[in-house]
Design a binder for this molecule. Sequence first.
Ligand code: TMP
Length: 231
Amino acid sequence: MMAEAAVKRTPGRGRFITFEGGEGSGKSTHIKILAERLNAAKLRTIVTREPGGSPGAEIIRHLVLSGMGKLLGPDAETLLFAAARDDHVRTVIKPALNQGIWVLCDRFSDSTRAYQGSLGKVEPAVLNAMERVTIGDLKPDLTIILDVPVEVAMQRTAKRRGTGAPDRFEAEDLKFHQDLRDAYRQIAAAEPQRCVLIDANADANTVAARIWAVLRDRFFTAGADNMATSA
Ligand code: TMP
């Protein structure tokens, strides 16, 4: 085990890592595994999510996933996601990063680009304007996009849900989920510096190893597999 890891990072600032992907792509599982690994390496890490992550934004989450936003139409539904993001960024994400904490976020602005933009046909100009207001120059340092065939993802969500009712987006049809997968693949291709597409159609250990390999390359010096650091 290495005594001190060499972490390639901006002194004093945490890293902002977002996880993206369709329903059932395994984001929650892998965010948890990664957080445990970073915390074990003594890098202070929090896990948060969108929509939600702050008390105000969690109220909006409840509203949107109930299907209420759909009734209002794509633009208004997008405004609800933006309002939630504004609160979350201001009260949770930025303060944590400024304290040197690593922030792992389950979904962020790429979800709006994929769900409301590519699928909901909300104009890019509208999305750009909302991003300026809600996130400004806060870009994720890294975005992990988990990619799985739609049939596999739908089986996973059905299993997870059991006898419960599907939420607003789980209830969409197969074509929606296929288009969603395409939208994410396009995002990954358009921003290769920030985004890494991970083949998540494998067992959890294999996928976790793929994710860790990306972090190792991006943020740590070579060989820092079992690192410990005084972040
Ligand atoms: P999840 O957190 O369980 O994945 O549920 C959040 C749902 O909200 C998911 O179906 C994706 C959707 N969503 C959007 O449509 N736009 C957004 O900006 C975000 C953050 C999520």
